[in-house]
Ligand binder design. Structure first.
Ligand code: PLP
Length: 409
């Protein structure tokens, strides 16, 4: 008798964002005349760079003529984009990556969610706590996570607590701890906004090489760093034998709606003698028909001189919001993290309020919406995430309201 993949039935409901929406709706029904400001969104709000729009328009025009029409493209992505990534991104950080080690896809989420397929079903997985939920749920769907317990953890996953004490950046496990085989790291981090230094990342690379583990490195927010931290795990010696890197045009260039990302698998990455790059190539050739030509031309434009400058301006505008939020909250005496090298501000809820109580407090008394930290994992309890992706006027107004709430306007 046919059965469904039982692992899906073990997934908890998507409680976080549906519960936020429920509470927001409830507030709006009770106070239809009070406008809310959301600093909870993880989506960009600024329009695409002019250079990107022009590239898209040119690509659309090409599709209107049989002589320049493009149908199916290479599964791994067009060479023009992969070359642009090599010279426009990796060369900037003195990183040696070959174009044929780059797999262009429709965004980081798909590849992060699918990569587990090429590893054993019983691979031991480590994730940060708090964490971007995609790593958890996709491993649960694959049957690697075990049972979800009421304390908000999967019993087979290894959790790496990210706390104030470790600067929200965990060290590798000690000699007596269980050894994770797949290790998800994301820096700059969503949700905590923390970064990892070259020395800390080197410790992880050395650990992975010593133990035969693979690091799945999510660099979706690398463009937001204003200080000197690694933009790529491949800046670290030894990473080519133990790491896969996931990058996205979503936050780099506002492509959340266009959809474009890329994954880098070095030739040297082997597991028990099997070349991981070849395995992923086989997987992609079977299950993926490439990102659209128009999206890839738009991505290429991001690395043109004009495009790069324009994209940096958008990022700078978001980071100006981050500064407003961060400094504003600090002036109120709150403990605030992130917001310097990431578009996320992670604040400690005052008066030991739990994350949801603080959500309600800001909603009811300042009409500002954020995201409860507990929604990202048990170690997020007692924290709250605000994002810099809103408009400047919305961010200024939100901070005015928060200052007023604390009697400091
Ligand atoms: N990784 C992290 C940490 C993210 O926060 C996000 C999006 O919010 C992604 C990956 C997914 O990005 P994409 O839009 O490229 O799928």
């Amino acid at each position: 008798m046919l059965q469904v993949n039982n692992n899906y039935l073990k997934l908890p409901g998507q409680y976080l964002f549906s519960e936020i929406a429920r509470r927001v709706e409830c507030f709006k029904t009770q106070h239809p005349d009070i406008p809310l400001i959301s600093l909870g969104i993880g989506d960009v709000t600024q329009p695409l760079a002019p250079a990107v729009i022009e590239a898209r328009q040119r690509a659309v025009a090409e599709q209107a003529d049989a002589a320049s029409f493009h149908g199916y493209g290479p599964e791994q992505g067009y060479a023009f984009l992969r070359e642009a990534i090599v010279t426009g991104h990796y060369a900037r950080y003195n990183v040696r990556v070959a174009a044929d080690e780059i797999f262009v896809g429709d965004g980081a989420k798909s590849d992060l969610g699918n990569i587990g397929e090429i590893f054993a079903a019983d691979a031991r997985v480590a994730v940060c706590d708090p964490v971007y939920p995609v790593y958890l749920d996709t491993n649960a769907m694959a049957g690697r996570a075990g049972i979800y317990s009421p304390d908000g953890r999967w019993d087979k996953l290894l959790y790496l607590p990210c706390t104030e004490d470790n600067g929200f950046c965990p060290d590798p496990p000690g000699p007596h701890d269980p050894v994770p085989e797949l290790i998800y790291l994301c820096f700059p981090n969503n949700p905590t906004g923390s970064v990892i230094s070259a020395n800390q990342l080197r410790a992880w690379v050395d650990y992975a090489n010593d133990h035969g583990s693979v690091i799945l490195y999510d660099a979706a927010y690398e463009a937001y760093m204003t200080q000197d931290y690694p933009h790529s795990i491949f800046e670290i010696a030894g990473a080519r034998t133990c790491a896969i890197e996931f990058c996205s045009f979503s936050k780099l260039a506002g492509f959340t709606g266009i959809r474009l990302g890329f994954t880098v698998i070095p030739r040297e990455l082997n597991v028990q003698g099997t070349c991981i790059r070849e395995l992923w190539q086989r997987r992609q050739a079977t299950k993926f028909n490439g990102a659209s030509y128009i999206a890839q031309r738009a991505g290429e434009a991001v690395y043109s001189d004009e495009g790069y400058r324009q994209v940096q301006q958008s990022i700078a505008a978001y980071m100006a919001n981050a500064v407003l939020i961060r400094t504003g909250l600090k002036e109120l005496g709150l403990s605030v993290y992130g917001g310097v090298n990431a578009p996320y501000i992670w604040l400690k809820t005052p008066d030991q309020m739990d994350s949801w109580a603080y959500f309600d407090h800001l909603l009811q008394h300042a009409q500002v919406v954020g995201t409860p930290g507990s929604g990202f994992g048990p170690c997020g309890e007692g924290y709250f995430r605000l994002t810099a992706f809103g408009s400047q006027t919305g961010t200024v107004e939100a901070m005015k309201r928060i200052r007023k709430l604390y009697g400091a306007c």
